[in-house]
Design a protein around this ligand. Structure first.
Ligand code: SF4
Ligand code: SF4
Ligand code: FES
Length: 478
């Protein structure tokens, strides 16, 4: 946007604005509300719904209808937001939207504000609830940074979906798409993980989630934080609770990939926490496609969510599908390249040659040649994966059993047993117990939730402003 002040006239009121500001924004500044369905100030304008149409007259006398959400303020522009022509056009557009989504309350309300209470137009599918405004697509790519969803097909077949309409490999289940959707569409949530059927369990805590028991434990296996995850996997594999386990394994460097473990030896080789976001969906799909039905998945809260969604969705098709989800506490994941760069800069270590990485008491600890190097986790902020700051799940709410160092003494892990399956696996694993400090888990969960809430706050506020339909002035022609 150019840093130059211009004067324009909106509904007869002279107003000064920065050149290039969308005229919808300038109108808002002087209390003139224009309806907008596909626009949120914090995302790039897309201009698809056209209900923000206004009439402009340029200094050269050219008069035309434009979409105010992406039409820039310029010197001498005259804007009419509720002329007879504008209202007529909005009515037509709203009738089209009503024909597309006849049951969506928000569309019905807006249309009715313009005197459109029914449509004589062809209704293709009366349960359609997506107006193809693209807000979900833009928030996922511009804010969350994962681009899990996009438009597919053309013309009347155009939809918002995941690549190939399959379970997303990238969705982190943050729910931003659902938050910004002006119609509350179900469509966008089919193959991503923003809305899940909640787990059932004997107890429910606001922070910890559903659980039957919480304890602190360690195993006899040498491994990170008492080797509890490896011990659970080994006993599950040996006792036939599952035949294969999807775990995250380091490649030659610190970089990691999802890996299918079939033997105890594979599990031992994959020990150790990697603070990276790794896609597990392709491996899970591969196993199911190859006929495997008893599978364990170890992953962060977003990976646990993905596995649970796949399990819940495919249960009808494969009634014998049996997925055990071991969730890992996670405050944030790091981008490999940036983490490597930052640990080099701050600690002068090569992450690729580290034996172990740990996060404890706010410190990121890297062990190289038996020696520990550490820095504050918050000093690594620039290496955090995009999107993690919008995720509000620390203790892996959708896992059968969640494990993490927080809340336990060094050498132990906190274990949250959530489901019957998690309980059976836990009871069949040889562990010794320590003292658990649940309040530490609750504290970090609350911090993560608050961070997500704070980051979403400007959006929520913006949505509130944009969608307070009561303020939309219809105009004389209505
Ligand atoms: S839940 Fe988040 S990551 Fe997943 S599709 Fe929606 S916005 Fe994208
Ligand atoms: S699902 Fe909602 S946000 Fe996404 S394009 Fe459709 S109406 Fe817009
Ligand atoms: S085209 Fe401007 S709000 Fe949709």
């Amino acid at each position: 946007m150019e840093n130059q002040e211009v004067t324009l006239t909106i509904d007869g009121v002279k107003v000064k604005a920065q050149k290039g500001t969308p005229i919808l924004e300038v109108a808002r500044q002087i209390g003139i509300e224009i309806p907008a369905l596909c626009y949120l100030r914090l995302l790039s304008p897309y201009g698809s719904c056209r209900v923000c149409s206004v009439e402009v007259t340029t200094p050269t006398g050219r008069k035309r209808i434009v979409t105010s959400c992406n039409y820039p303020a310029e010197e001498g522009l005259i804007v009419e937001t509720k002329s007879e022509r504008v209202v007529k056009i909005r009515r037509k557009l709203l009738e089209l939207l009503l024909a597309r989504c006849p049951k969506v309350v928000r569309i019905k309300n807006l249309a009715s504000l313009y005197g459109v209470n029914e449509t004589n137009l062809w209704v293709e599918n009366d349960s359609e609830d997506c107006i193809l405004c693209g807000l979900c697509v833009r928030v996922c790519s511009e804010l969350i940074g994962v681009s899990a969803i996009n438009f597919a097909n053309r013309g009347v077949k155009r939809v918002v979906t995941t690549p190939y309409n399959e379970f997303s490999e990238d969705c982190i289940g943050c729910g931003a798409c659902a938050i910004v959707c002006p119609t509350g569409s179900k469509r966008v949530r089919t193959n991503n993980y923003s809305t899940m059927r909640p787990l059932a369990g004997p107890k429910k805590d606001e922070q910890i989630g559903v659980y039957s028991d919480i304890t602190s434990a360690k195993s006899s296996i040498e491994g990170q934080d008492g080797g509890v995850v490896t011990a659970l996997l080994v006993s599950g594999l040996e006792k036939g609770f599952f035949n294969k386990a999807i775990v995250v394994k380091r490649k030659n460097s610190y970089k990691a990939e999802a890996f299918i473990a079939e033997k105890v030896e594979d599990l031992i080789n994959a020990r150790g926490t990697k603070y990276l976001r790794v896609k597990i969906v392709p491996k899970l799909k591969e196993l199911i496609k190859n006929g495997e039905r008893k599978i364990a998945v170890v992953g962060t809260p977003c990976q646990a969510r993905a596995a649970r969604k796949i399990q819940q969705t495919l249960q009808q098709e494969y009634p014998d599908l049996d997925i055990t989800i071991i969730g890992l506490f996670c405050y944030e994941a790091f981008d490999y390249d940036k983490l490597k760069e930052e640990t080099k800069r701050l600690l002068n270590v090569d992450l690729d040659s580290s034996e172990k990485t740990q996060i404890r008491k706010g410190k990121f600890i890297v062990t190289v040649n038996g020696q520990e190097y550490s820095c504050k986790v918050k000093d690594l902020n620039s290496a955090i994966e995009k999107g993690c700051v919008y995720c509000n799940d620390f203790p892996a709410l959708f896992a059968d059993i969640s494990v993490g160092a927080v809340g336990s003494d060094e050498g132990f892990s906190t274990v949250i047993i959530r489901t019957e399956k998690g309980k059976k696996l836990f009871e069949n694993t040889d562990l010794t117990f320590g003292q658990v400090k649940i309040e530490e888990v609750s504290k970090l969960t609350a911090l993560k939730k608050n961070r997500a809430k704070e980051n979403f706050a400007p959006f929520i506020e913006e949505i509130h402003v944009t969608r307070s339909t009561g303020k939309w002035v219809v105009g004389d022609g209505a």
